[in-house]
Design a protein around this ligand. Structure first.
Ligand SMILES: [Zn+2]
Ligand SMILES: [Zn+2]
Length: 407
């Protein structure tokens, strides 16, 4: 079979993989790097079907571009598909606001969803003589690894997390001949997640007991819900604002993907969902505010920061990867951010807690070995070489965007 990356080979983000299996060809993901301006993948060839690993923009952000002049069934879990629509419509809104040319329209988003075919974990189906099976990828709710099989098999992990979290079950290895695996954390090791959570809870308590507030900038999909699970049982007033609320509603209505529907419901019942301007005025009085955007590049988080930036007793706790060029990265590196065109130096305490949804180096190696592949293809990483020594026994490929190769 022939494989080509349209994006996301030697970089984190804008993943797009063309897998040509003889009579049938498939596209897995078609994302964007939400930089300023956004970076798009190479143009995609027509395929027989499209498979989506999960609803983060670096995996879906360019998908409507495909539907502008082409058609194909697209397969995803219900959770992924339901989260995709608000994510794509929001990205259209952001393109407009920031004045970048729109690469797709609302009609293209609609055309995408008229081609949607729901898929369920562990339930195989056939396209021609190829058997396809989706598996849990453990990264966010509904995230999927896709396995394609005729005489030989190939599996694409998408973003991968292998440990159980408060919210989700981790991914388990699946036997496959060829494995295309993400490598975001190649060479990097996570601090123990349970310890990070303990530290986060302790620091939240310290800041509030000292008279401050804690703002947690957070991605709408996945991280917002995990922070709710992590902090809801503390005896504080918690407000959640931004698109995370909409996504939390989708999580509640499709709980089959969660580790415990009961625990999640209980946690969500303890926080206040901020809706509209009035509630936002009030929410600033909360002890804890969880809100978008996760990298401080827009969204309600900037309203809150504007109001309490000078309060040295309060804190900003970052919990996600901060991409180069974002306000979040600038805050970590220089202590400054841009709000409405002005550069601001918040006096608040700034701390980072590693709650990544990507498998760390050792977990990646363990997972890959568990799949017992002949060939391993590393993608979605800018430091892939760090894995070479630990994967000596495999036929290893580090592909580049735009260069087709044969397996
Ligand atoms: Zn990704
Ligand atoms: Zn992701």
């Amino acid at each position: 079979m022939k494989i080509k990356f349209y994006g996301g080979a030697e970089e984190v983000g804008r993943l797009g993989i063309d897998i040509d299996m003889g009579p049938k060809s498939f596209l897995v993901d078609y994302g964007v790097i939400p930089e300023k301006p956004p970076l798009y993948p190479l143009p995609a060839d027509p395929v027989n079907a499209i498979f989506i690993t999960h609803s983060h923009l670096d995996h879906i952000g360019s998908l409507p571009i495909y539907y502008h002049d082409k058609q194909a069934d697209f397969y995803a879990t219900t959770m992924t598909a339901n989260c995709m629509r608000p994510m794509l419509n929001d990205s259209l809104k952001v393109m407009n606001l920031e004045g970048y040319p729109e690469r797709f329209s609302r009609e293209d988003v609609d055309s995408l969803f008229t081609n949607y075919v729901p898929a369920k974990y562990d339930e195989s189906f056939d396209i021609g003589n190829i058997t396809i099976t989706p598996y849990n990828a453990g990264h966010i709710a509904g995230s999927t690894m896709w396995k394609f099989e005729d005489r030989k098999s190939i599996m694409v992990t998408g973003d991968l997390y292998t440990e159980d979290t408060a919210l989700l079950r981790g991914a388990k290895p699946v036997k496959t001949d060829t494995l295309i695996v993400e490598s975001t954390y190649a060479g990097k090791h996570h601090e123990d997640r349970a310890e990070v959570k303990k530290r986060l809870r302790r620091r939240v308590q310290e800041v509030i007991e000292d008279g401050g507030k804690v703002i947690l900038p957070s991605f709408a999909v996945g991280r917002t819900q995990e922070l709710i699970m992590t902090l809801a049982d503390l005896d504080y007033d918690i407000s959640v604002d931004g698109m995370g609320n909409l996504i939390t509603g989708i999580y509640m209505s499709d709980p089959q993907f969660l580790r415990s529907r009961k625990e999640f419901k209980k946690a969500v019942g303890r926080v206040r969902m901020v809706r509209g301007f009035r509630m936002r005025e009030d929410a600033i009085k909360s002890d804890i505010i969880i809100t978008t955007s996760g990298m401080l590049d827009g969204g309600p988080v900037l309203n809150y920061l504007q109001k309490i930036a000078d309060d040295q007793k309060s804190a900003i706790f970052l919990t996600g990867y901060q991409v180069e060029g974002t306000n979040g990265r600038s805050l970590v590196e220089t202590g400054r951010i841009k709000i409405a065109g002005a550069t601001v130096k918040p006096q608040m305490q700034v701390e980072f807690f590693d709650l990544s949804g990507h498998a760390g180096h050792d977990d990646l190696v363990k997972f890959i070995k568990g799949c017992e592949p002949e060939k391993v293809i590393l993608c979605h990483g800018d430091h892939r070489e760090a894995l070479i020594d630990d994967l000596e026994e495999f036929d290893l490929e580090l592909p580049f965007n735009g260069k087709e190769f044969t397996v």
